[in-house]
Design a protein around this ligand. Sequence first.
Ligand code: NAP
Length: 226
Amino acid sequence: MGAQRVAVLGGHGKTGRAVCSALADRGVDALPLGRADQPDLAGAVGRCDAAYVIAPNLHPDEPAHVASALSALRAAGVGRVVYHSVASPYVPAMPHHLGKAACEDLVRRSGMTWTILQPGAYLQNLDLAGPLDLPYSPDVPFGFLDLADLGRAAAVVLTEPGHEGATYELATRVATVRELASEAGVEVRQVPDPGTHPWLSAMFAYYDDHGLPVGTRVLAALLGRA
Ligand SMILES: NC(=O)c1ccc[n+]([C@@H]2O[C@H](COP(=O)([O-])OP(=O)(O)OC[C@H]3O[C@@H](n4cnc5c(N)ncnc54)[C@H](OP(=O)(O)O)[C@@H]3O)[C@@H](O)[C@H]2O)c1
C-alpha cells in the first residue's frame, strides 16, 4: 500500500511546496518540516509512514545533514524514504553534486525502503519575465524540470508500488537557455560569474562547458505521458 502520511523534510521551500501540493492532490497527508523541527525530528515524523528528504541548498555538509535525518527516521520507525538528489550527482568538478552522490550511498544503505529522484535544473530557476543575464553559456543543453512535474513524480513514487530501490533522472524538456528565452521573447546575454559562492562558480564553469543534459523519458513514463 502507498504512503498515507508523508513527512517532507525541507517542506516549506519551493521544492517541498511542490511535493506537498502533489501529495495533497492524491489525498495523502503531507507534513512539511523545516528548521524549527530539527531539534526533535524523530518526534516530528512519529506518525508518518514515509519521508521525502530535501536538503537545504548548498548545505556545507549535506551527507552529515542527511545521515542525521536518516537516523531520526529510523528511530521513529519510518519505513520508506525518498531522497531528493540531483541529475549527474557524481561530477567531481561540482562539490555540491558530490555531496549528493555521498547521500545517495547513505540512503541505499539506510535499511529503509528507498527511492532516489535526480532532478534536472528547475525551469523556475530562470526569470524569463525580462532580459536574462546568465553566468554561463546560453547555448548548452539542459534537461529542465518543471517543479509541478517534480511534485507529481514524487507523489507517484510515494503512493504507487514498484519504485522501491529505483533511481530516476527527471526532466520535463531538453533545451538551451537561449531557446527558452527566445520562446519567451526575451534577450539573454552571458555575463561574468558574480562569484557569490565557490560551489556555484564551479557549477557555472561546468555548465559553461557541458550544460546538464537529462533525458525526458523516465518522467514521461512515471506520469503516464506519451
Ligand atoms: N534549484 C534547482 O534547479 C535544483 C535542482 C535539483 C536539486 N535541487 C536541490 O533541491 C534542494 C532544495 O532546494 P529548494 O530551492 O527547494 O530550497 P529552499 O526553497 O531554499 O528550501 C529550503 C528548505 O530547507 C529548510 N532548511 C534550510 N536550512 C535548514 C537546516 N539547516 N536544517 C533543516 N532544514 C533547513 C528550510 O526550512 P525553513 O522552512 O525552516 O526555512 C526550507 O524548508 C537543494 O538540495 C538543491 O540542491 C535544486
